[in-house]
Design a protein around this ligand. Structure first.
Ligand code: HEC
Length: 128
């Protein structure tokens, strides 16, 4: 193998490995997810307490049945969605909520960057 080729191979391996190392750092992911949450979600979802705001409380959302927070006026679509909030479903929800639950009352959200989806989902997991 010539030198140039092996150097460029080494470089691309290093570039590929970098985001993996970063992604392994759980607390950094959560911190990034918190920023995304503050930016995209906190206008309607409160973090201060388990109170409902314009949107339902997301405290304890991971593993919860969709549309199940008491005293929150969900859409019919959400109440009958039959979904459980797994990591997978949360990822689909934030990438295109209206595709996952047509007729939802939540304003359209579309976070398309897979890394940002990871961060946000790992932050949501911390809400207990
Ligand atoms: C404009 C206000 C608004 C914004 C912004 C918003 N939401 Fe919502 N969210 C709602 C409303 C309203 C509902 C209830 C939807 C329904 O009943 O159809 C909801 C529902 C949800 C649910 C389902 C909860 C349950 O109890 O079943 C999740 C999860 C959720 N939102 C996460 C998010 C995340 C994450 C963001 C940011 C990326 C976000 N939301 C941004 C208003 C909002």
């Amino acid at each position: 193998m010539n030198k140039l080729l092996s150097a460029s191979l080494a470089l691309s391996v290093a570039l590929l490995a970098a985001p993996l190392v970063y992604a392994q750092d759980q607390s950094m992911q959560e911190a990034a997810g918190r920023q995304l949450f503050l930016h995209h979600c906190s206008a309607c979802h409160s973090l201060d307490s388990s109170k409902n705001a314009f949107g339902p409380s997301l405290i304890g959302v991971m593993g919860r049945q969709a549309g199940s927070v008491p005293r929150f006026a969900y859409s019919k679509a959400m109440q009958t969605s039959g979904l459980t909030w797994t990591q997978d479903n949360l990822r689909k929800w934030i990438s295109n909520n209206e595709a996952l639950v047509p007729g939802t009352r939540m304003r359209h959200v579309s976070i398309s960057d897979p890394a940002e989806q990871d961060y946000l989902v790992s932050f949501l997991t911390t809400l207990k």
